[in-house]
Design a protein around this ligand. Structure first.
Ligand SMILES: [Zn+2]
Length: 106
């Protein structure tokens, strides 16, 4: 396994897909729906206690707006923060997370 950290080189949203280009030359894509479903924020993904129990917040029913990307911001040098049509923007996807999502589904 390579130990060099893989980082995001470029990204672009085309229709309902987020395309990602990585520092190792690989490219991948994630549908916006899959991206939203993979939201890592405490409310969507839950927080686990020391016993491994997962606590989730109240999940509101998602609408079409929930899967519409309003904006996508780079956070520091480590991740992307999407803002969705329903106002949800609590999830920050790290590069490692995005890489796993985009390359594994390719
Ligand atoms: Zn979330």
């Amino acid at each position: 396994m390579a130990t060099e950290k893989i980082t995001l080189s470029a990204w672009e949203v085309i229709n309902d897909q987020l395309w990602l280009v990585w520092s190792d030359g690989q490219e991948g894509s994630i549908t916006l729906k899959a991206l939203r479903e993979a939201c890592p924020c405490a409310n969507c993904a839950g927080e686990s206690d020391v016993f491994g129990n997962i606590y989730k917040g109240i999940s509101l029913p998602k609408t079409d707006a929930s899967y519409r990307l309003v904006r996508l911001d780079r956070v520091g040098r480590y991740g992307l923060q999407p803002r969705w049509g329903d106002g949800h923007d609590a999830g920050i996807f790290t590069d490692e997370h995005l890489y796993a999502l985009s390359v594994s589904t390719a």
